[in-house]
Design a protein around this ligand. Structure first.
Ligand code: GCO
Ligand code: MN
Ligand code: MN
Length: 385
């Protein structure tokens, strides 16, 4: 089993992930800032392939254009030297107090306009760095006070912002697609576009739906008590998996951003099996962070753990697919019968044939789908038995 990452694995990390300072709602930072160029060099050493960033992770917010240009050029040089790819870019629309009532959905029109301006400035940077995906995570888009925003009007403003951003990308001829990242809550009490399902439906209402897909995150669906595996499966089915944020999370907790593969093993196993068998060729991007009590080299052990767990699960899912006992249990579960169309298209013949069939529902009800047998094989596989 190969557990050492290679560039072809397309593992990517955000500047804010491994480099997370360990600040939380109850305490100060426990680690120091890492220089973005040093970060990229270390990523290269551990076998990662890509890096992502928020505008403010890379270029000092509020600094002069010449300072920002210097920071960007230095970063570009390091990317060239290491061969690390800029796989995704995004905007920080949550940290500065100006966004306390929202960004694209703030009630204040000037804040909304500033949020779009800040995003466009960084889309131009993303284009310069060759990032193919621009993530839109609605950090502050939401409410604590439901009476403070008419939800349908907020969604109108959200759509207006995305339509404008898509037009900008189309107008400039950039090779960039957008990926919405749903999250149910945190930092807001209730976020707009809280789940994958909400976001998929929202995309259909946009002016350029083909330019917008999803960036689902393990922690976010899990916080909502949902199966991330099922969410990604439906995203793939809708051909909207444009990016993915891998980490881990316990149900019903605050946003934990745990090391990928460290918590929800069965769902993660099914997820990796799904990704490995899919046409998804984008980054396997880790949006996780080391435990707060980790420092120094420990943060790189954390990063290696994310990639290692992915590779282990990929190997195990391959073994699972090749296991004859699994095939037999799947036959008993009638996994393959689900591939047969049920009635086909509506024709008179199909209708008559359906309506004339006598179903022996007593014997249908007495079938054994043997799901415990199949599931135990999943567990045995994960345990390595
Ligand atoms: C979170 C989010 C963020 C976003 C990032 C990129 O819960 O804080 O996952 O980490 O992924 O801002 O848009
Ligand atoms: Mn998150
Ligand atoms: Mn994320």
């Amino acid at each position: 089993m190969r557990v050492t990452p290679e560039r072809e694995d397309r593992f990517a990390f955000g500047l804010w992930t491994i480099g997370n300072l360990g600040r939380d709602a109850f305490g100060e930072a426990t680690r120091e800032v890492i220089d973005p160029c040093e970060f990229v060099r270390r990523l290269s050493d551990i076998g990662a392939w890509g890096v992502s960033f928020h505008d403010d992770d890379l270029m000092s917010a509020g600094a002069s254009e010449s300072v920002r240009r210097g920071e960007l050029d230095r970063f570009k040089k390091t990317l060239d030297e290491t061969g690390i790819v800029c796989s995704m870019a995004t905007t920080n629309l949550f940290w500065h107090p100006v966004f306390k009532d929202g960004a694209f959905t703030s009630n204040d029109r000037n804040v909304r306009r500033y949020a779009i301006q800040k995003t466009i400035r960084n889309i131009d940077v993303a284009a310069e760095l060759g990032a193919p995906t621009y993530v839109l995570w609605g950090g502050r888009e939401g409410v604590e006070t439901p009476a403070s925003k008419e939800p349908s009007v907020a969604l109108d403003r959200y759509k207006e912002a995305l339509d404008f951003l898509c037009s900008h990308v189309a107008e400039k001829g950039y090779n960039i697609k957008f990926a919405i990242e749903p999250k149910p809550n945190e930092p807001r009490g209730d976020a707009f576009l809280p789940t994958v399902g909400h976001a998929l439906a929202f995309i259909n209402e946009l002016e350029f739906p083909e330019m917008v897909g999803l960036n689902p995150e393990v922690a976010h669906e899990t916080m909502a008590g949902l199966s991330f595996f099922q969410a990604v499966a439906q995203t793939l089915w809708s051909e909207k998996l444009f990016h993915i944020d891998l980490n881990d999370q316990k149900i019903g907790r605050f946003d934990q951003d745990l090391r990928f593969g460290s918590e929800g093993l069965k769902d993660n196993f099914m997820l990796v099996r799904l990704l490995e068998s899919s046409t998804y060729a984008g980054p396997k991007h880790f949006d996780a962070r080391p435990y707060r009590n980790v420092r120094g080299e420990g943060i790189w052990t954390f990063a290696e753990g994310c990639m290692r767990n992915y590779l282990i699960l990929a190997d195990k899912s391959k073994e699972f697919n090749e296991n004859a006992a699994v095939k037999a249990a799947m036959e008993k579960a009638k996994v393959f019968e689900l591939e047969q169309p049920t009635v086909g298209g509506y024709t008179e013949k199909a209708l008559n044939s359906l309506m004339d069939t006598q179903f022996d529902i007593d014997s249908l009800a007495k079938q054994n789908f043997a799901n415990d047998e199949l599931d135990q094989l999943v567990i045995d596989q994960i345990f390595g038995v």
